[in-house]
Write a new protein. Structure first.
Length: 203
């Protein structure tokens, strides 16, 4: 084989490898992102969400939940409920009103893949220990470490104040979900506070 022929063959193999690599990257990206809408739309919404829910979904406001690491199916369900006004939240409704299902799917995928908020080490051990027994009834649905699954939310590492507010809303019947109202109604407000503090320490 001539030197020029070897060069052409080598060059052709290199071009083929580069093309195959590029096609594989496109395939992986297309599989990872929702197909309904341009992914840029989703990124734009995450910028809006960051003003309340924090950079990469880690909230610094005790009254606002972190979204990072949250169960994807749960996020989709809640965002659709807010958009369709089956769940009411004045601040959220205006933002989410124009979101299509594809936008919501993108958002849920984006936040579910972020690193979750970690528990607060500084919480006094006695306070953590006090709330742990109240979680026994929750394990069957939310998981041993409150990690969430299959449409059930992650509670581990969540803002304690937000958790307390939400659980009290379930207790008062202001929010509803299968099994939640009955379970939370059995707890006193003080027990709910202890449970919320315990959940905020989990990782």
């Amino acid at each position: 084989m001539k030197k020029s022929d070897r060069f052409i063959l080598k060059f052709s193999k290199r071009r083929l490898a580069m093309t195959a690599g590029a096609l594989f990257a496109v395939f992986v990206l297309s599989e990872a992102l929702p197909q309904e809408r341009d992914p840029i739309t989703g990124r734009d919404y995450t910028g809006v969400c960051a003003s309340c829910h924090g950079s990469k979904g880690i909230s610094t406001n005790p009254m606002v939940p972190s979204l990072a690491g949250q169960d994807r199916s749960y996020l989709i369900g809640q965002l659709q409920a807010l958009r369709d006004k089956r769940r009411r939240h004045a601040a959220m409704e205006g933002i989410i009103a124009e979101m299509a299902d594809g936008d919501i799917a993108y958002m849920a995928t984006y936040y579910s893949k972020r690193i979750p908020m970690t528990g607060k080490k500084q919480l006094i051990f006695k306070k953590r220990e006090k709330g742990e027994p109240f979680y026994k009834k929750c394990r069957g649905c939310h998981g041993d470490r409150a990690e969430g699954r299959d449409g059930i939310p992650r509670l581990a590492g969540q803002q304690a104040v937000y958790l307390e507010k939400t659980l009290l809303a379930y207790r008062a019947g202001e929010r509803s979900a299968a099994g939640m109202n009955e379970s939370v109604f059995a707890l006193s407000p003080e027990e709910i506070k202890s449970l919320s503090r315990f959940l905020s320490t989990l990782r």
